[in-house]
Design a protein around this ligand. Sequence first.
Ligand SMILES: Nc1ncnc2c1ncn2[C@@H]1O[C@H](COP(=O)(O)OP(=O)(O)OP(=O)(O)O)[C@@H](O)[C@H]1O
Ligand SMILES: [Mg+2]
Length: 276
Amino acid sequence: MSLFRRGKKQSSKHTLQEQNRRKEERKNLLSVSRDFFMQEAYKSLRTNVNFSLAGDLNRTMVISVTSALQGEGKSFTATNLAISYAQADQKVLLMDCDLRRPKIHTLLQLQNELGLSNVLMDLTLLPSAIVPSGISGLDVLTSGTVPPNPSELLDSSRMEQLLCQVQEQYDCVILDTPPVNMVTDSAVLASKVEGVLFVVRVGVSQRPAVLQAVDQLLYGRGKVLGFVLNGVDLSKPYYGYNRYGYGRYYGRYGGYGYRSAEQERPPSGGSVPPSP
Ligand SMILES: Nc1ncnc2c1ncn2[C@@H]1O[C@H](COP(=O)(O)OP(=O)(O)OP(=O)(O)O)[C@@H](O)[C@H]1O
Ligand SMILES: [Mg+2]
């Protein structure tokens, strides 16, 4: 009995901690009242993405957001970028394509009973699965029930049909995806979207892992639009020049945070050299 009680207490404590953690996470979401530098960082990111996809500005933009490993800020970046496009009067769909560790529904406090995985089993569910986020201009397709075969579902012809259908309804479609180095899902999706935004987190991302992930995306026929440097501490002097949290990156893909696909692509037949 006492054991049972203790277990119950621990689980409610755990739930409370989880709730507090989620509340803290939501504080990182972009809103009109957010500080100026965060707003400007996302405006700048938006502009650079638009430049990278320069061409027909009237067509729907479909991009995915990924990174090498877990916890580098993919969901955070995808959600804030989607909010930023919605703030710019675009009609935006944010899709949670991380069918293994979905996050968008908790960030935006949405139900997740019906979502992408369910729609990939039955495309007629699409209209009822897309829900308003509560933010003007932003709709969401959550991940849905966790399936046993995420890679196969995402690599299916239904996924391609779904992307075609949503392109008819939105100006901008943003896909949150799992880490490239852990599962094949992101590489699979990279070939189905116009371009991939690659998140690198300050103090977390490691060069060999980033190179390996970019290599996988490129050889999977993905187009890397550029890098987002996430988590820049604006109080650090070496970021003083780049106060927008979107800046310098090191190494082979070096220079400034945003590089065109041509710059990223290794010379024909070449491979990424081993890291030092
Ligand atoms: N720039 C940032 N400032 C503050 N917190 C951040 C920042 N970027 C990410 N975080 C926090 O780090 C945690 C991980 O972020 P997020 O869930 O976006 O990563 P992820 O790459 O999607 O992880 P996963 O691989 O598990 O899907 C979250 O708690 C998020 O709020
Ligand atoms: Mg995530």
